[in-house]
Design a protein around this ligand. Structure first.
Ligand SMILES: O=C1C=c2cc(C(=O)O)[nH]c2=CC1=O
Length: 513
């Protein structure tokens, strides 16, 4: 959310969050690395275009026009410089002067060598316990941000991985409307709208970059889980990867996996919603996971089919009005999983991304908790790979992304909540290999045919065959006849004469009596 340097009474009151790049300089003399030309402190640009009708509590939520409720000045970095103080580089660039291009490849987790798998699991485990070097999280709404005494800003340190969990929770939390009043749940800054894909793309990029810095390895790349296997087993739920099922409790992770030691953040949903508090960095119970185990909902006991991915890639429009979870013929709503894989909206359907979440049946299937299960990272890198493939196949341009009237948080120029420094959705609506320095190594499945298409193709094929047989038979008959005629030219001639005569002569039976 915010840089540690900005979690102070002074910064909050001034509305300025422009930390010095060099900690050794006189305070305020190197804001945003201005002394070396990296950036300057500038007013925040926040989207003020109208949002859709789903949210009707304007003025009541800190996330509106993010991040203006907290800060109105931020660092604007020059060239390839980036970050809260312009001390880091744009995605795809590295080096002290951010002038070296870098490209990383996100690969299928199952294709990594044993050593690469091990390195990835250990890196995640390290991120779970390493305090984020730059960012702190708010544990109270803006109204209560200065604490009970009015001078103790309510922020906490958080680990790198738990920041990833917390950001997702903060983006989906309900709007608190006051004590004794029901919180409003019809709001979601990262799902059920066009920003679903851009928001989750940035969420992953931020974790990947934080892990690269933690590991001091700019080539570290997140892998992906191709969840579209069509099966009823979780092929990455093994002890060398995301953890097998516990032998003692079917909804827990085996003790042979490091992930059985992980404890989850943001469990106390009822407290947050009734007291108006915010999830903090305190961890609770273990990760719960019971793949294919939801007996009450057989529909979510199987993963999406490979052909579902191929079908959704053919949906031609990025998003369609009302740009929500009931949009039909929308690629975004299809890959998110509220439409059937061919794009038709059906309230009973759960497909692709949503189906993969619900299949996990536990922590990973509940939106306020799901990133606590590290499978979330891999499920979303695959979803992002589908998004990138769609952008490539359809040669997509930003003009197809709605500028206004999308649900709150989802307009093209809305800054994604709760990221810092502010970054609007449109900056993630780009081809990753060319603009963000990463690509995916994926074998895209062939298109699966729908039953109605199979019947249509069978009927058309049968009609063509009948036509060919008919034309063929007619030709054979004609050519036989022609051949016969060619073989008896004189006879035919004679016969013709005779027959001509014959026609005019009475037959023996017609003989005049
Ligand atoms: O974590 C998530 C869990 C989800 C469950 C559904 C659903 O369709 O019911 N959708 C989800 C999205 C998530 O991000």
């Amino acid at each position: 959310q915010f840089p540690r340097q900005c979690a102070t009474v002074e910064a909050l009151i001034s509305g300025e969050c422009c930390p010095d790049l060099s900690p050794l300089s006189d305070p305020g003399s190197d804001r945003c690395g201005s002394s070396s030309g990296r950036g300057q402190c500038m007013p925040v640009i926040a989207d003020s275009r109208p949002h859709g009708p789903q949210y009707m509590h304007d003025g009541r939520d800190d996330r509106e026009q993010w991040p203006l409720r907290f800060f109105n000045q931020t660092c604007r970095c020059n060239g390839n410089f980036s970050g809260f103080n312009c001390g880091s580089c744009q995605p795809g660039w590295t080096g002290a002067a951010c002038d070296q291009q870098i490209h990383i490849v996100r690969r299928n987790l199952l294709d990594l060598s044993a050593e690469e798998k091990n390195r990835f699991i250990n890196a995640l485990h390290q991120a779970k316990s390493t305090i984020h070097p730059d960012i702190v999280i708010a544990t109270r709404r803006h109204e209560e941000i200065f604490g009970p005494d009015g001078s103790t800003p309510q922020f906490e340190n958080v680990s790198i991985y738990n920041y990833f969990v917390w950001s997702h929770y903060y983006s989906v939390r309900k709007t608190f409307l006051g004590p004794g009043q029901q919180s409003f749940g019809g709001v979601d800054f990262s799902h059920e709208g066009p920003a679903f894909l851009t928001w989750h793309r940035y969420h992953l990029l931020q974790l990947e970059r934080d892990m690269q810095e933690m590991l001091q390895d700019p080539t570290f790349a997140l892998p992906y889980w191709n969840f579209a296997t069509g099966g009823n087993t979780c092929d990455i739920c093994t002890d060398d990867l995301m953890g097998a099922r516990s032998n003692f409790d079917t909804s827990l992770i085996s003790q042979n996996s490091l992930f059985s030691q992980w404890r989850v953040l943001c469990e106390n949903l009822e407290d947050y919603d009734t007291l108006g508090t915010i999830c903090n960095s305190t961890e609770g119970g273990p990760i719960r996971r019971n793949p294919a185990g939801n007996v009450a909902r057989p529909m979510v006991q199987r993963l999406p089919e490979p052909g579902d991915v191929a079908l959704c890639l053919e949906v031609g429009l990025f998003d369609t009005p009302p740009f929500y979870s009931n949009s039909t013929d929308s690629f975004r709503n299809t890959v998110e999983g509220y439409s059937d894989p061919s794009g038709k909206y059906d309230p009973a359907v759960r497909s692709l991304h949503n189906l993969a979440h619900l299949f996990l049946n536990g922590t990973g299937g509940q939106t306020h908790l799901s990133p606590n299960d590290p499978i979330f990272v891999l499920l979303h890198t695959f979803t992002d790979a589908v998004f990138d493939e769609w952008l490539r196949r359809h040669n997509a341009d930003i003009s197809i992304y709605p500028l206004e009237n999308a649900p709150i948080g989802h307009n093209r120029q809305y800054n994604m909540v709760p990221f810092w420094p502010p970054i609007p959705n449109d900056q993630m609506f780009v081809a990753a290999p060319e603009s963000l320095g990463y690509s995916y190594q994926v074998q895209w499945p062939a298109r699966a045919f729908h039953i109605t298409e199979i019947i249509t193709i069978a009927i058309v094929t049968a009609l063509i065959l009948v036509a060919i047989i008919f034309v063929g038979t007619t030709c054979i008959v004609h050519s036989r006849k022609n051949k016969d005629e060619l073989h008896q030219p004189l006879l035919t001639d004679q016969y013709q004469h005779y027959s001509d005569d014959y026609d005019t002569m009475p037959t023996p039976s017609q003989s005049v009596v």
